[in-house]
Ligand binder design. Sequence first.
Ligand code: UFG
Length: 320
Amino acid sequence: MKLLVTGGAGYVGSVTAARLAESGHEVVVLDDLSTGHEDAVAEGVRLIAENIDDVIEDVLAEGYDGVLHFAAKSLVGESQENPAKYWHGNVGTSLKLLDAIRAHGTPRLVFSSTAATYGEPDSVPIPETAPTRPTNTYGATKLAIDHAITGYARSYGLAAVSLRYFNVAGAYGAIGERHAVETHLIPLVLQVALGQREQVQIFGDDWPTEDGTCVRDYIHVTDLADAHALALEHAVTGEHRVYNLGNGFGFSVKQVLDACREVTGHPIPAVVAPRRSGDPASLVASSERARTDLGWKPERVDLTGIVRDAWEFTRSRQEA
Ligand code: UFG
């Protein structure tokens, strides 16, 4: 298939673009490089380094079999401080994309949605039927886009799939997580192990969880990437399907720190800090629907292995 990957120079987008290209698809990345990295775009993948809003009409006019839409603002904390950036950057741009898809009859869309659409769940693991009550602007904007996609799929004959990611981690060889301003737990902890940071903050130890720290479901980036190829294959015209993607195991912040200590051999000093605005206590996926409908089966579910891949990537960047 000829596929357009928006945000394909970012973390999950670049790994997915690389794996789609390796499996024989013709892949074009559209990324304004505001947070992505040109060198994360795999060889043989064409990069259009432009703003989606400015060029999407012309790009889709070339004719594509599908779009994978990763491009987004995706920091929970920032979304609380600067909601306008998220409403315009996420919802505004996605509506432009949907209109261009409609205008040019692009048949398939796979959208990067998020566990943050659920907010504080009544219970875990979270199925796709759980109520969506986002606790932060980031999640609210992704949910709004999901609703828009449902209408466009039903009324304009689009085959659409939203994949709700839980906490992505790990690396794919030389492609991994690197943000100019890092806010995610595992990369921050690994910066401590590298000596780039003195300590890590634990955002609250009084949450209603077993050890008092937040629980998340960490999923390896290559398992997540491979779900996109399956979603493309299984998308049905006129339908919008939603799938949660996680391993179904929850790990607390303290457990993540322990795994990082084991992998790096560094003591990783940690201090307890106040809770972060917008954080739910516990997010763990039920991915039964993805397993049943898509035949998706995550291969790298062990937290230590996920951290090891992230650590190898982090160290190799340091040495480069
Ligand atoms: N945390 C700390 N200290 C830090 C950084 C994070 O204690 O320095 C905690 C957070 O409070 C949270 C957990 O570690 O409980 C994970 O935080 P991340 O920032 O790594 O990830 P989030 O859970 O906030 O968000 C991620 C993605 C979102 C997605 C969400 C779904 O960034 O896009 O997972 O689970 F919506």
